[in-house]
Design a protein around this ligand. Structure first.
Ligand SMILES: C[S@@+](CC[C@H](N)C(=O)[O-])C[C@H]1O[C@@H](n2cnc3c(N)ncnc32)[C@H](O)[C@@H]1O
Length: 235
């Protein structure tokens, strides 16, 4: 068993810009199953729904940063539609393969989502959103970029920032290694899942990064399966 005392960040296969689109799409389908098992959509939707209930009659604009294949983006839009609240969802990513996959998924689910291309580390996020959320991206970054991203999300969010990611732990590593072999045949997922846990932050490291990005009054909730949700609200 690998040591998980310190982060071990290695390039994940899905970050390869030359990754074969077919293998990339197979991995995105694997990731969709991971979200389903982890209940990620409910975790992120709950605080957005609460905010919508507190501000009736106001349209909420939500941005999903590094949205990948758009599973969460599309599922959030579907929840918003069902809830009857006025919530407009957008997603951005650097990968055109992921964005095309996401747009096709939104069309198949008949939800209205705006997807756009963005390198979120090289330019500030547009300051047009009430809620800015991000799932499974923070662990890809070194500390400097992680603080930069958190600060950029804080600047862009008029109301709330939500970060959902993995906790670096022995249990998380075992679950990622074994769970992904049960959930998908994607070799990209089999390799990237355990690598992601090794690169992930611990809850105390996340809270430290959040403080450095001036998200000091954040709350962190640990969730099944070795995930966390960091929530910051503008006062
Ligand atoms: C593991 S995926 C997570 C996708 C999605 N958020 C989810 O939870 O299913 C990480 C995503 O980050 C995207 N990404 C990597 N670097 C990026 C950057 N600099 N700007 C925007 N997106 C980036 C990748 O293209 C990939 O889709």
């Amino acid at each position: 068993m690998t040591s998980l005392t310190a982060r071990d960040r290695q390039t994940e296969l899905m970050d390869d810009p030359d990754l074969d689109p077919g293998l990339h799409q197979q991995a995105l389908i694997g990731l969709r199953r991971v979200h389903w098992v982890s209940g990620t959509v409910s975790t992120i939707w709950k605080p957005i729904h609460q905010l919508a209930q507190q501000t009736p009659g106001t349209k909420l604009r939500v941005l999903d940063v590094a949205c990948g294949g758009g599973d969460l983006t599309v599922a959030l839009a579907a929840r918003a539609k069902r809830s009857g609240h006025s919530v407009e969802i957008s997603g951005c990513d650097i990968s055109s393969t992921a964005l095309n996959f996401a747009a096709a998924h939104a069309a198949a689910k008949r939800v209205d989502v705006h997807f756009f291309s963005a390198d979120v580390l090289s330019a500030p996020l547009p300051q047009e959103y009430d809620v800015v959320c991000c799932s499974l991206f923070l662990h890809h970054l070194d500390e400097t970029d992680a603080v930069k991203l958190l600060a950029s999300m804080r600047n862009a969010a008029k109301r709330m920032v939500l970060i959902s990611d993995l906790c670096r732990s022995r249990l998380g590593y075992i679950l990622a290694w074994s769970g992904l072999r049960l959930l998908t045949r994607s070799r990209i997922c089999h390799v990237d899942g355990p690598l992601s846990v090794r690169a992930a932050f611990t809850p105390s490291e996340i809270l430290d990064l959040a403080a450095r990005a001036q998200l000091s009054n954040s709350t962190l909730t640990r969730l099944w399966p070795e995930r966390f949700l960091l929530k910051w609200s503008r006062e």
